[in-house]
Ligand binder design. Sequence first.
Ligand SMILES: Nc1nc2c(ncn2[C@@H]2O[C@H](COP(=O)(O)OP(=O)(O)OP(=O)(O)O)[C@@H](O)[C@H]2O)c(=O)[nH]1
Ligand SMILES: [Mg+2]
Length: 611
Amino acid sequence: MAQTALQTLKFIFSDRPDVLKLLDIRELDLEGRVDAEFVQAQSKRELFPEPVNFYATGRTSAGKTTLATTFIDPNQELAETIKAVLPRTGKTDCTWMTVFFQMRSNLRYFDLPGAGGCNETYENINRATLLLPQIDDEDEGLKPINEFELWNLSDYSTTKKVVKRVVSVTEWQAKENQQNVKPDIILYVVAPHRGFVREDGKYLRSLLRQQAKQSNKNKVIFALNIFYNSDGSQITTRENIEDSRQQIEKIFQEFYPNVPVPIVEVNCSTGTGVNKITELMCQMLPDNKIGNMGQVLQDELKSFAKKERSRRYRKALIYIASRLATCVVDQKLGDQDLLNEAYMAVADYGIRVFREEDARLEAEKELNDMIDSFAKQAKISRQEAIKKFVPDIEEDTVMESTVVGFKPKFKNVTIEEEVPDFYQETERVKRSAIARGSLGIVEGVVQVAASPISFIQGIVSAFGGMKEEDILGNKIHEQFDRDAYRNENLIKPTTRKVKRIQQSLDDIETIRQDVPKKIQKIVQKEQVVGQKSLQGGYPVVETILAIGLGIENSNSQTDVNDFEAIVNNGKSQVQALLGRFTDQINQLAVNYEPKQAEVNILKILEGALLN
Ligand SMILES: Nc1nc2c(ncn2[C@@H]2O[C@H](COP(=O)(O)OP(=O)(O)OP(=O)(O)O)[C@@H](O)[C@H]2O)c(=O)[nH]1
Ligand SMILES: [Mg+2]
C-alpha cells in the first residue's frame, strides 16, 4: 500500500520536483521495489538518514575542540573523560590529528587541527582533510603530508576506547571515501580578539575557492567565538568583532557574491549561541539530511531542528492538500482511487517522518479502514445534483373576454312616403238630352259657385249626411255647353309625398365580460437527472492536514492504533486554523481553473499554517 501511495503522490507531483524532494527522495526511490525485506531495511535506515558531515576549522586555538565538547557533552557529564582523551601534545593543547565522533543519529563532528600555529605540519593535515592544496614552503617550515592520524571517538563514552587509524591522503581524498566524508557543513571558528590577520585571509580564500569549485551552494558557517575572562568580563571587544566581520564578508563575497554571509557569535565554552549555528545548518542542509537533526543536537537546540523539520513537513502537506482540493473526489488513477491513495500516502509520510517503521506496520490495517472511511465521507459530501431543464405541462388560469349578451341600438330615420290625394281637372263632356233638362234647374246655382272643392264640401254638408265619396265621382255641371258639350270639373285621385320620422334598428352591441378560464401551457422545469462529483475543496484539505498534523502532534508513546483519535485531534487543529476559509476554498476549487485554484488555495494554507 505504501508503495502505491507514494507512487501516486509521485505521479500527482511529477510536475513539481521540489515537492518530490520534500517527500524524501530516498522514499520515492523505493518505487518498484517489492522486496519486503529490502523495504524494511531501508525503512530502518530512515530513522538515521544519511550522515551529516560537520567539520570545524579555523585558526589554532580559536575554540574548535572546545566547541566539540559542548556538542558531544552538552550537560558536561563526560567532561573529564573527554578532556582526558582529547589530543594534547603535552606542551600545548593543539589538535594534531583529525578527530571525529559520530553521534547516535549520524551527525559526524570532525574536529580538525588548526591553521597556523602549533606545528608546521598541522595546517597541512587540516588542508589535506578538506581537500585544500597543501602548503609547501620551506621558509615557513611547511611540508606536504602523505598521511595523517584519524581518531574515531564515536564509541568512547561506552567503550572508553579511541579507534585510531593512519589514513593516507590519497585514500582519504579518493572519490569513494569522499562520498562518505564530504563536508555538509564547515564551521569556520574565529577568535576575533586575536584579530583576523593576513594568514587567516589566505587560508579562508583557499577554503572558499575549493568549496566554490565543488558546488555553488555555500556550506561554510562563520562562528565568532567571543572569549570571556573567568570573572565574566568580555575579552573580545566590539571593534574586534567588527573587524573580523568585515574581513570575512569581504573575502566571502569574492566567492559567493549576493549571498548573505552566514555569521554568528558564539561562546564555544558554554555553548551560548550554538543554537544559531543549528538554525543556519537546518537552512543549509539538503532535505534528505534534515530528518533527524533534532536527535543529533543538544536538547536546547532540538527545537530549532524540530521547527525546521516541521516547517518542511507542513509545506509538503500544504502542497498535497492544495492540489488534491482541485481534483474531483472520485478521480481514478489507473484502478486506484486517487483520494484514498493520497490520504494513505500522507499518513505514511507522516509516520515515516515522526514515528517508527514498526508503528506504521502495526497501524496499517486500521489505517486502511480509516482512510477508506475518510475518502468515502469526502465523496459523499462533495456530490452535486446534475439538473436539466425539461419541458412540462402546467395548468394556468387566465381571464378571457367572453360574449355574454347583445343589446340593440336604434336611430331616428326620416321616411318619405306617398299618401293618396285628389286634384281637380276640367274635362269637356258631351251632354245627353235628359241631362240637359234636369240640369237646367241647377244651372244658376252652379254658376254661383266658382271654386270647386269648398263648393262641393258646402254642397255635401247641405245634403246633410251624404258621404263625400258618394258625391265624388259624380259629374257636376259647372258650365253648360250649348252645343251639347259642357265642361265638367272633375276630382281625380292622385298621391303626394309626405315625410315622417321613424326609429330604426341601427346596430347590435355585443356585451363582453372577463371570465376566468383554465389553460394548459408548456414550461421548462428543472429536474435532477443525476449526481456528479465535485472537486475536493475544503473537506479534502481538512482531512489531509488533519492526518498530517495529527501524526505530527501525537507523541511516540500514543497508541498509534488509535488512529482515529490522532486524526480527530488534527482535525480540531485544522478547523481552528482554517475553518474561516471553508467557503473560499470550496469556491476556488469548484469555480476556478485547477492551476489557478491550486495557487490561491496554497496561499491561504501557507498563510494559516506556516506563520
Ligand atoms: N575563555 C575562553 N577560553 C576559550 C574559549 N574557547 C576556547 N578557549 C580556550 O582556548 C584554548 C584553545 O581552545 P581549543 O578549543 O583547544 O582550540 P582549537 O581551535 O581546538 O585549537 P587547535 O586544536 O589548536 O586548532 C583552550 O585553552 C581553551 O580553553 C572561550 O570561549 N573562552
Ligand atoms: Mg582543537
